[in-house]
Write a protein that binds this ligand. Structure first.
Ligand code: BES
Ligand code: MN
Ligand code: MN
Length: 468
């Protein structure tokens, strides 16, 4: 099902229009969410392509000219509305229509691709990351074009289907289509608010270097009685390697790892200390019994200002019911480093490989593969578009926006700045505990609608800031 024409209304105002179309907008989002556009899984390639077509059609319905660009991977959707003319600024909206795999399915309370509302939340894979946050931009653009037939600036929307697998083809596409995507500001909603009711603008994102470490020992699994003790065990070898990654103070011990880390200034640290953050509340949100991390830093500094090295997955030997006495032939770990300015993914890759090679025990073969990476980003939000966003958020939420950091990564952000020479404005409408990438992902119904209002207001505020 493709998006239907909006409800005709006599009301002139944007707010009245959004109210009149609220349930329709939500129904359409549900259709978007029903498409299992899991970019990591080739069996979902047709679904991912279908999501791109669906999105392009919804952008056309909103009043834009949309095209689906094929790539070697998943398609990139670009839509344009240039009715404001050459003298007016151009806003580039970025989002991603791909989603993470939904497994483990048995932990979902309602099916991952059958959006369901419970307790004011839309539960579905991709609800908050990023379909709901992308779609509210489409609906804000539509609100302007449907009620006024115009927007105060040119708008280009670019949506990719590979964000969750490392955005392999997007940087090249941006480079190749610099003219098409040229903009005065890039606006992205693919993050969370600091707290419910507290609109937030991001000042940082961490980067990423993601590895797979494979340890191979004997040619096949061996009887652990007949061979154990005399043959090097790959699982133990891997455990030893992983145990060398941190010291007792939670610092990463890969030589050179911190060399390029730009320490936060005392001003930046003080600003973060002023945010209303409750450690106990954060701990409860995670379900962990205690928090941990690098000594000498607060929780928010550990999340936003410090790089990390984490195991994301482990596999080896017998993991079924009961006992099986076996010496596994191989072991594998997925390990990722979150990076901060000015660490470089390529350099971290080199350091990680050298370190693992150095500490690898004899008797096993160790291979480190770099799967994907992305640069960190940091920028103090300021300027005309940030001011417009602040006013718009204050209108929609009746509360001033806070400037916050973020521990997650959106690798393309740095590329946008570098290639297009445009500042990036990150306004998230997710919430803490939203279960992104996990079972029971949700987006707040209220934030879907308030987010739509806020972005609608953002365009009005851009117009206001243009008049001297
Ligand atoms: N939307 C997230 C980024 C994000 C995460 C923003 C948490 C705010 C809070 C994005 O879709 C994502 O998941 N990024 C990946 C990186 C990518 C290279 C797989 C991430 O951060 O793991
Ligand atoms: Mn995302
Ligand atoms: Mn994600």
């Amino acid at each position: 099902m493709t998006p239907t024409k909006p409800t005709e209304t006599n009301a002139q105002g944007l707010d009245a229009y959004l109210d009149a179309n609220a349930s329709r907008n939500q129904d359409e989002l549900f259709d978007f969410l029903r498409i299992p556009s899991v970019s990591a899984r080739s069996e979902h390639n047709a679904d991912t392509a279908r999501a791109a077509e669906w999105l392009a059609e919804s952008l056309r319905t909103a009043g834009m000219e949309a095209k689906v660009h094929r790539t070697e991977g998943h398609p990139i959707v670009v839509a344009e509305w240039r009715g404001a003319g050459k003298g007016a600024p151009t806003v580039l909206v970025y989002g991603h229509y791909d989603v993470q795999p939904a497994e483990p399915l048995e932990l979902w309370e309602s099916p991952a691709f059958e959006p369901t509302i419970r307790d004011g939340r839309i539960y579905a894979r991709g609800s908050v990351d990023d379909k709901g946050q992308l779609y509210l931009h489409v609906k804000a653009i539509q609100a302007h074009l449907a009620t006024r037939g115009t927007l105060p600036c040119n708008v280009v929307v670019v949506a990719e289907g590979e964000e969750e697998v490392g955005s392999e083809h997007l940087p090249g596409f941006v480079e190749e289509h610099k003219g098409l995507l040229a903009a005065d500001v890039v606006v992205i909603s693919d993050s969370a608010m600091f707290a419910p009711g507290s609109p937030s603008i991001l000042s940082s994102l961490r980067g990423l270097a993601y590895f797979e470490i494979n340890v191979t020992g004997p040619a096949v699994d061996l009887h652990s009685g007949s061979y154990g003790g005399a043959v090097v065990n790959p699982a133990m070898a891997l455990a030893r390697i992983l145990a060398t990654l941190h010291d007792a103070d939670g610092r990463v011990t890969i030589p050179g790892f911190y060399d390029r880390v730009r320490e936060w200034t005392s001003v930046e640290r003080d600003a973060v200390k002023r945010l209303p953050f409750e450690e106990a509340h954060f701990r409860e949100e995670t379900g962990a019994t205690a928090l941990g991390g690098e000594k000498g830093y607060t929780v928010l500094e550990r999340l936003w200002a410090r790089p990390t090295c984490e195991v994301n997955g482990l596999l080896s030997g017998y993991t079924g019911e009961g006992a099986k006495t076996v010496l596994p032939s191989k072991a594998m770990a997925k390990v990722s480093c979150r990076l901060v300015p000015d660490q470089e993914p390529a350099e971290i890759e080199r350091l990680m490989k050298a370190h693992v090679e150095r500490v690898a025990p004899a008797g096993v073969v160790v291979d480190v593969k770099h799967l994907h990476g992305g640069r960190p980003w940091r920028n103090e939000p300021s300027g005309r578009f940030v001011d417009a966003a602040r006013r718009a958020l204050a209108r929609a939420y009746d509360k001033e926006a806070v400037i916050v950091g973020e521990g997650g990564s959106i690798p393309i952000v740095g590329d946008f700045e570098r290639i297009l020479g445009a500042p990036v404005l990150l306004i998230g409408f997710g919430l803490p505990g939203e279960n992104a990438h996990a079972p029971n992902e949700w987006m707040s119904v209220e934030n879907f609608h308030k987010g739509t209002q806020a972005i609608t207001a953002f365009y009005e505020e851009i117009a206001r800031s243009a008049t001297p």
